[in-house]
Write a protein that binds this ligand. Structure first.
Ligand code: URA
Length: 264
């Protein structure tokens, strides 16, 4: 997987930002009632992004809190569906606003995430936080951040197809509960899993794709999904940050968020 080390993250981040003006700048069954609800919303919503606005029949934020809690405590926390449960310290469900407009999806917990039980808190996580807060002008707690896998693969290796198949239903369920206005897929495994494609991240990034909230292509409401580079890759290839920033700006424009003067 994208390497995520637990070394001195603050120092590393500062160094990184100093050199970077840009950012200085078997899863869980989905109930048939829920699918019907999503389909009904989709029939009403002709344009991507309208799903949330029109899916007011979806759960309110208190319900979202409860549904996410139930998913975490009853399914994810003690999950033993795949063998990663044997090597993890704990599952990493993800965290943030259950009613977030934006959900960021990464690949899998790394060393620090496995230790703390929180997504994106290692070195890559520090960069993601800077992208959200210093770049997009949002607060980390106002978005939702999670991963395709809820358990750390040993030595941060790339998740296997079997592991993704076992774990991704949890992610789909999270997205169905939150119903964000935009999903940002960080890196190839997240983008490929959510879009059911093998295309490279270089080909996928830079434009919105349709993500079907029902989990089935062409069924139900669509959430626009922006693939972009994983922050761990950006740490290794800082020259690509400009492209990642272009991707984030497209998301901000779509959501009507103000773009800081220096990034226009
Ligand atoms: N990389 C990821 O993809 N997710 C994390 O939570 C941390 C690093």
């Amino acid at each position: 997987m994208a390497g995520d080390e637990s070394t001195d993250v603050t120092r590393a981040l500062k160094q990184d930002l100093q050199t970077d003006a840009l950012l200085g700048a078997k899863g869980v069954p989905v109930s048939s009632a829920r699918i019907a609800e999503l389909q009904a919303a989709g029939e009403q919503a002709s344009e991507p992004g309208e799903a949330r606005a029109q899916a007011q029949r979806g759960p309110g934020s208190e319900e979202k809190v409860e549904q996410l809690r139930a998913l975490q405590e009853e399914h994810v926390r003690d999950c033993t569906v795949c063998h990663l449960s044997e090597t993890r310290t704990q599952t990493v469900f993800g965290q943030g606003d259950p009613d977030a407009r934006i959900v960021f999806v990464g690949e899998a917990p790394g060393f620090e995430e496995d230790r703390q039980g929180i997504a994106f808190v290692g070195r890559a996580g520090q960069l993601l936080t800077a992208m959200i807060e210093r770049g997009m002008g949002l607060k980390r707690e106002d978005v939702f951040i999670c991963n395709v896998l809820k358990c750390r693969p040993p030595n941060n290796r790339t998740p296997s197809t079997d592991e993704i198949a076992a774990c991704s239903p949890y992610l789909f369920q999270q997205l169905q509960i939150i119903q964000p206005e935009v999903i940002i897929a960080l890196g190839a495994p997240a983008a490929q899993t959510l879009l059911n494609t093998r295309d490279s991240i270089g080909r996928l990034r830079g434009r919105f794709h349709d993500f079907y909230l029902s989990g089935a292509a062409l069924m139900g409401p669509i959430v626009p999904l922006m693939p972009t580079y994983h922050p761990a890759y950006l740490l290794r290839s800082p020259g690509e940050k400009r492209k990642a920033w272009e991707d984030l700006k497209m998301v901000m424009e779509r959501l009507g968020l103000p773009i800081p003067e220096q990034f226009r």
